[in-house]
Design a protein around this ligand. Structure first.
Ligand code: FPP
Length: 240
């Protein structure tokens, strides 16, 4: 029988962020087109989200397309848009039926019109749900998000505080990610959730995203559970 890594005393992250890197390299190694890697990546993304919700993780944010990724060849971008056109809605309907709120975050106005409509329709179906959420970052960049939030505060004539700025980000009202996972061997944040992940534990995996299994996710959660989170305090202060 498969070993259940998540025990009763495992500390469950309240928000997992994932940089889903390595689809292209995974496909190339198998002499397949990059678009095949993205398709397998999308299926893995759904699988991991299902497992994470089963474990009790309430919020998940995934990096599906950065603003910089928009410079990729048109054929690759069209492949990603086709994945959304052909599969996104049915996957999200299935996933969100358990009361999960979907948000698509980023400069989505840069996407083709029909793709924007599919995303908006899927979001709308979940807008009454609270407490559990998926954020899909598309055409996303963290610096742009911070500039947008700052400009909103300026327009309102508000003085910026940490709380007010957080409340103007796409992730307003959600707990900050406490575990950030990046697959694909790279060890950087690539302009992803720079503000929100200020205290996140960072878990880097050498696996390419399509081969990052549910068991790997469980291992990352168990690793997270074993980390001492001090938020700048000493062990003695925390013990009190
Ligand atoms: C980066 O790795 C990944 C992406 C640019 C796309 C990630 C997309 C998915 C996992 C699935 C699609 C999900 C939606 C919602 C459309 P890479 O492909 O650049 O890999 P590489 O670093 O090996 O070239």
């Amino acid at each position: 029988m498969a070993k259940n890594r998540i025990k009763g005393d495992t500390r469950i992250p309240q928000h997992i962020a994932i940089i889903m890197d390595g689809n292209g390299r995974w496909a190339k190694k198998r002499l397949m087109p990059r678009s095949f890697g993205h398709k397998m990546g999308m299926e893995r993304m759904i699988g991991l989200m299902e497992r994470a919700f089963d474990i009790g993780v309430p919020y998940i944010t995934v990096y599906a397309l950065s603003t910089e990724n928009l410079k990729r060849p048109e054929a690759e971008l069209n492949g990603l848009y086709d994945l959304i056109r052909n599969h996104f809605e049915k996957y999200m309907d299935r996933l969100c039926q358990k009361g999960v709120r979907l948000r698509v975050i980023g400069e989505t106005h840069l996407l083709p019109q029909d793709v924007q409509e599919i995303l908006r329709r899927s979001e709308k179906k979940t807008e009454s749900y609270e407490g559990k959420g998926i954020n899909i970052a598309l055409c996303y960049g963290s610096r742009a998000e911070l500039v947008r939030a700052t400009n909103l505060a300026v327009e309102r004539g508000e003085k910026v505080t940490e709380e007010s700025l957080s409340s103007l980000l796409y992730t307003a009202g959600q707990p900050d990610p406490d575990l950030l996972i990046r697959t694909g061997k790279e060890v950087r944040l690539s302009n992803f959730l720079l503000w929100q992940a200020a205290y996140a534990e960072l878990f880097f995996s050498n696996k390419m995203f399509p081969e990052f299994t549910d068991k790997d996710l469980e291992k990352a959660i168990v690793w997270f559970s074993g980390r001492a989170r001090r938020f700048g305090k000493t062990d003695e202060q925390l013990a009190q």
